[in-house]
Every structure is written in C-alpha cells, then in structure tokens.
Design a protein around this ligand. Structure first.
Ligand code: SF4
Ligand code: SF4
Ligand code: FES
Length: 277
C-alpha cells in the first residue's frame, strides 16, 4: 500500500490529480459552462454562467451552487435529492431528466450544459413549471372499485396479478413521461382529450386488476385518449424508474380494447344490452 506523508515530494491533492489524469485526463474540480433558462410566464431567455463543479456532483448540486453564489433568486423545485419525490424534473440539453439523478460525469468538462424547464407545462418561474394538468388528469381516473358484496379483507387475487401491477407502482410522478409525449408536447389542444402515459398506465393497471369492477377499457378509449398514443415509446425512454410504460401498460391496454371491439360475441352482447336499456 502506498502512503503519502508531509515529506513526500507530491501532496495528496497532486497525487489524486495525477492518478485521475492518468485514468482519463479529467480534473476533480473544474469550472463548467451552464446555460440556464431564466424568466416567467411572460417570457425569458437563456443566461450563461460559469460555475464550479466538484467530483461526484449532480446537476442539482450545480443549480444549488448557482443559487448560493451568483443568482439567489433562481427558482428550482426539489425535495428529496434522492430520485424519489419526482419534483426536480427539468430538461437537460433538451432531454427530460431528474436534476438530482443526472451526474455531472455524464458530460465532458468542456461542454456547455443547458438546463430548461419542462416544455409541456406552463412556466411559473425559471425552472419551475405548473404541473397541475397532471393532478387534474389523476382526478379523472376513478380509484379501485371492488365488486359488490366483498368487504375489505375478503379480497383474494393470484400472486401473478399482484406482481403485474407492481412495476407500475414504482412511479414517482415526476411527469417526465408526460413532458416528452409528443401528443401533448407539440399540441396544446390535445390536453383536453389526452391524459398522457402516466395516467393511461394507471388505467391499464386498474384494468388488469382482477377485482376491479369498473369498465376501464371504454374509459381509456373515450375519456383518456388511448387511441392518440401511437406507441413511439418516448415515455418509456425517459422514465427514471425504468417502467416499461409502452410495452407493459399501453400496448396491452390497446390490445384489450381492440379485442373487445372486434370480438363478435362481445359486440353482440353490447348490442343486446344497449337495446335492453
Ligand atoms: S408511446 Fe404513446 S404515450 Fe408514450 S410518448 Fe409515445 S405517444 Fe406518448
Ligand atoms: S411513469 Fe416514470 S416517467 Fe412517468 S411519471 Fe412515473 S416515474 Fe415519472
Ligand atoms: S429532488 Fe426528489 S426526485 Fe429529484
């Protein structure tokens, strides 16, 4: 084992720098170029900053350093700094990401890092957006409705059904998938009729629940705009919880809706029921 003492010709810092230089030519601390969007609902612009970066830091650390040293009124939303609260969502170099889970080592030391607010939702100030669209859509999905005659404690379901929905339960409601989905990102007027991947996934989860008594498939198509999703999978690509939103929730839900629509027995049953009403 090698030790470094006061009499050594190289200091500890110099030794670390030399080892790192050998490993990849990157320094422990350096000044990074940041371009951060500043403004409010009325408008704004990208502003350039030079800010110190230390080893092991994430983009949120740098935004906090900017606040502490240069722009005290820079607005950013965050809570846990652990990838669990879903509140620090923003766009880094144009890609929706969590500020607290994006390591500075992802970027080269001489690249300019651009941080902008989520594009799909209205800006409140700087990096903070108004995400209330998502809470409104959440309210439009009725919660689990158990079958009549069963009291809590009497619900029974197979383990395989429990496990299927566990993946969807990892959602931290960061709304990065909602932000990236082109159906609402590029078309403001679709917001009324499209709930977005996060809430279509919730509908799919409830539709897969063997004890849920509501007609989720009809609601998915008629109220939440399932048909507008053209399975581009962009939502899956940005999900920090690595939930396979498209493959495991949206596509199976689409398949069930189509099966029902084109199954002659179901079609006949619906027709008879409608006549009876
Ligand atoms: S797969 Fe569907 S919900 Fe996901 S981003 Fe594409 S269009 Fe939107
Ligand atoms: S599904 Fe993934 S990307 Fe979408 S809100 Fe949940 S955690 Fe975020
Ligand atoms: S601060 Fe909680 S997810 Fe980033």
């Amino acid at each position: 084992m090698t030790t470094v003492n006061e009499n050594a010709e190289v200091s500890v810092d110099e030794a670390i720098e030399k080892v790192q230089a050998k490993a990849g030519g990157e320094k422990t601390s350096y000044d990074a170029q940041f371009r951060v969007w500043r403004g409010d609902a009325e408008g704004g612009e990208l502003v350039d900053y030079t800010v110190e970066v230390n080893e092991g830091e994430v983009v949120l650390d740098i935004i906090h350093r900017l606040q502490a040293t240069q722009v005290g009124d820079l607005a950013v939303r965050w809570n846990c700094k652990a990838g669990k609260c879903g509140s620090c969502s923003a766009e880094i170099n144009g890609r929706p990401r969590l500020l607290c889970m994006t390591r500075m080592s992802t970027f080269t030391q001489n690249e300019t890092i651009t941080v902008t607010p989520l594009r799909t939702f209205p800006v409140m100030k700087d990096l903070v957006t108004d995400v209330s669209f998502n809470y409104k859509k959440a309210q439009e999905v009725p919660s689990f409705a158990p079958p009549e005659g069963l009291a809590p404690g009497e619900y029974r379901m197979a383990q395989v059904d429990v496990e299927r929905s566990q993946e969807f339960r990892k959602c931290i409601e960061c709304f990065l998938c909602q932000d990236v989905c082109h159906v609402i990102r590029d078309h403001e007027d679709n917001k009324e009729s499209f709930s977005g991947p996060r809430f279509l996934m919730r509908v799919a989860e409830l539709d897969m629940h063997p004890l849920d008594a509501l007609d989720r498939q009809h609601a998915a198509q008629e109220e939440h705009g399932l048909g507008m999703c053209n399975i581009t999978k962009c939502c899956t690509e940005v999900c920090p919880e690595h939930i396979k939103i498209t493959d495991n929730a949206l596509i199976p839900l689409k398949e069930r809706v189509v099966d029902r629509k084109y199954d002659p027995l179901v079609w006949l049953g619906n027709k008879i029921l409608r006549r009876a009403n």
